[in-house]
Design a protein around this ligand. Structure first.
Ligand code: NAD
Length: 477
């Protein structure tokens, strides 16, 4: 088990958490230190939160090269794609939080019923305490730091546990984060299942988990022991229903599917096509070639599969139907070409599991209604896409499909709008974040009521309940 909190520079703000060595009990020690700093409420003031958000922004600006190199090492990500999908998305979250922090932190005064007047009632978001953030390997930087932005903005301390399957990015975070953020209240703990298991034994004020459904059950069970609230950002099979088979549709679908080599939680998992499916398949092929050329496996803008296990799983899926585009792979470099398949065995792993790779099954359905029934008969996905210009179909789709997000004609674009909540429903997760939704998710939305004892208006409702008092109570409440 490799653990972190290296702090190679002198601690800029004072009393940093002690560095963790190889001994597991040190996790407990670091957490104890972090909790006592958090209990002293140093994370609460607006100034502190704003300062830490600025420090995070500074880290991304100054250390971008190191993060991009780590992402290339872990997943073969092209620098352009990694910059906008991992770094710029977080910077935009930071910018949005900085601009709205005061407004989000403000308490709201609410109306007091006549019977309780005079009094002041307000709702105020309060920090929760210490948040554990566990992340996956596919966007190993974004999915650690975007929840961290919400945790900082909401005035919490946080521990980050990055994925061990993206070790270079995990190492870069463990090295760089403590150089910029206040190490008394923010820590990175590196490691795999053993480390995550040990972390889950501890008491947290919130666990923010991004990953698969199987591990989510382990997280939810561990959280239940302490009655800890969780946010579960999971995956699933996000469908794309296609009514408009033109080239722009094919390009948008191919872009959303094959970005990050299909290893994106909200990538269109499969297509449900009614109408001219032959034309759609031919245009999808055209789109792929226009993006990645005739030899996509060797194209610098097309990444690799994270590891051999996932590579073998994906190659195994190529037997589940007819490959009509792509299908090449290279086990030495863990690369699989963007692949389109049709005539799919619906009982195969390709259609029973989240694909999470560069294979796009196209399933033909006779009608739009059949597509809706197909989606409804499966677990609720993280996103559902409709490629259609018809307002009627769009309206029916929004009304009938249950998914974390409904998107018409712009798959993936929902991710980068900080004012939109990002999260799943049912099997694809619980709770959402980004922008104010993340702030609220990691806050306690607290009620506060103040009355004076100088005027005792409440005496009108105290026992004994005489006839006159009952009349008053009936009128007041
Ligand atoms: P995963 O569930 O295998 O691992 C996620 C994290 O959990 C890792 O940090 C890992 O170390 C930890 N973990 C693994 N086993 C554990 C255990 N037994 N106990 C405690 N922690 C454990 O997920 P992954 O393979 O890294 O990521 C892929 C999945 O994540 C896909 O299902 C994808 O759809 C989903 N995902 C969701 C989102 C989203 O925002 N909703 C984003 C990206 C990925």
């Amino acid at each position: 088990m490799g653990l972190f909190t290296s702090n190679p520079l002198p601690d800029p703000v004072g009393d940093a958490a002690p560095p963790v060595d190889e001994h597991p009990s040190r996790i407990t020690e670091v957490l104890g230190h972090l909790r006592s700093s958090a209990d002293s409420r140093i994370t609460h003031p607006r100034r502190f939160r704003a300062q830490q958000l600025r420090a995070l922004e500074k880290m991304l600006a100054e250390r971008m090269g190191e993060f991009l190199a780590a992402l290339a090492e872990d997943l073969g990500k092209s620098a352009t794609e990694a910059k906008f999908s991992e770094i710029d998305v977080v910077r935009s979250e930071i910018d949005h939080a900085q601009r709205h922090l005061s407004e989000w932190m403000d308490s709201t005064t609410v109306k007091v019923p006549f019977a309780l007047q005079p009094a002041i009632a307000k709702v105020e978001p309060r920090p929760l305490g210490v948040v554990l953030i566990i992340g996956p390997w596919n966007y190993p930087l974004q999915l650690m730091l975007a929840p961290l932005v919400a945790a900082i903005a909401a005035g919490n301390a946080a521990v980050l546990k990055p994925s061990e399957l993206a070790p270079a990015t995990s190492g870069a975070l463990a090295k760089l984060l403590p150089m910029y953020l206040d190490a008394r209240v923010y820590a990175v703990i590196e490691g795999g299942v053993d480390t995550a298991t040990e972390l889950l034994h501890a008491r947290w004020d919130h666990i923010f988990f991004t990953g698969g459904q199987q591990v989510a059950r382990v997280v939810a069970e561990a959280a239940a022991k302490h009655l800890t609230p969780t946010t579960l950002e999971l995956g699933g099979k996000s469908p794309a229903v296609v009514d408009n088979h033109l080239l722009p549709t094919a390009k948008r679908l191919a872009y959303a599917k094959f970005m990050n080599t299909g290893q994106t939680c909200v990538a269109p998992d499969y297509v449900l096509s009614f109408g001219d499916t032959d034309a759609l398949i031919s245009r999808l092929g055209q789109a792929i070639t226009s993006f990645y050329g005739k030899d996509p496996i060797n194209h610098p803008d097309f990444g690799r599969i994270v590891n051999r296990k996932h590579f073998d799983r994906l190659v195994g899926m190529l037997d589940s139907g007819e490959v009509v585009h792509g299908g090449d792979y290279d086990a030495d470099t863990l690369r699989i070409a963007p692949t389109i398949m049709r005539h799919i065995d619906l009982d195969s792993a390709l259609m029973q599991e989240e694909i999470f790779g560069p294979i796009l099954p196209v399933i033909e359905v006779a009608t739009f209604d059949e597509a809706l029934e197909f989606i409804a008969s499966r677990p609720s996905p993280l996103a559902a896409y409709l490629m259609s210009e018809s307002p009627r179909l769009q309206s029916i789709f929004s009304d009938r499909v249950r998914a974390g997000a409904i998107v018409h004609n712009a798959p993936l674009a929902q991710m980068v709008i900080p004012s939109l909540p990002f999260g799943g429903v049912g099997a694809s997760g619980m709770g959402s974040y980004h922008g104010k939704y993340g702030f609220d998710r990691l806050s306690q939305i607290r009620s506060e009521l103040s009355k004076t004892t100088v005027i005792d208006t409440l005496s009108a409702i105290y026992p004994p309940y005489t006839w006159a008092k009952r009349k008053i109570i009936d009128r007041l409440l």
